[in-house]
Design a protein around this ligand. Sequence first.
Ligand SMILES: C[S@@+](CC[C@H](N)C(=O)[O-])C[C@H]1O[C@@H](n2cnc3c(N)ncnc32)[C@H](O)[C@@H]1O
Length: 212
Amino acid sequence: MGSKPYFDDIAQRWDTVRQSFFSDRVREVALARADVRPGLLAADVGAGTGFLTEAMLRRGLRVIAVDQSQAMLKELVRRLGHPEGVECRTGEAESLPLADAEVDRVFANMYLHHVESPPAAVREMARVLRPGGTLVLTDADEHSHEFLRTEQHDRWLGFKREDVRRWFEEAGLEDVVVDCVGENCCSKSQGTGESAAISIFVAVGRKARCCA
Ligand SMILES: C[S@@+](CC[C@H](N)C(=O)[O-])C[C@H]1O[C@@H](n2cnc3c(N)ncnc32)[C@H](O)[C@@H]1O
């Protein structure tokens, strides 16, 4: 089963919960890897309540925030005060509600471990990037904390960095780098009290400027 009911239900509490998982450093690292400039158009995929969107707006980007959960997007709009420069679109990983080459940058934080097919989701994010545009993903390294499946509806227990790199390259992205953010995603099981502190990676790739 997908995670939509979970995120619909947690939407109004997500921002507080999220702050206990990881800090603002994650979005600072993500944006620093993408040469963001005022006026660029970015997609925040799996935007949730706007953790990345908020930081992009501060830097003068325009943002299309995409999520499967209308409740999360509604909370984004409420939390950020009906911001100018943001368009919310409801949609799914396999068929993002974005045209081919519509955006200059794509970001996704803690989204990939929820989707059914991570390689298909990476291909879809590459599709909507303009040639020369950059995809930046931040997510969890591979781990063994099963409680995250049952309690937080994670589909994947993180990823091997070599798999992420291969998915980027297979999606036609170049100059791929998968690196440490230098921060852990921390959480504790409500059931057993088991603690998780999972390292976070940042994956970056650029769409080729022209096709042969
Ligand atoms: C862990 S939250 C992260 C939210 C936000 N990026 C942040 O850092 O706070 C994952 C988000 O991805 C969305 N999501 C999960 N699976 C999705 C899918 N298959 N298609 C679209 N959105 C999805 C969820 O609704 C949720 O808002």
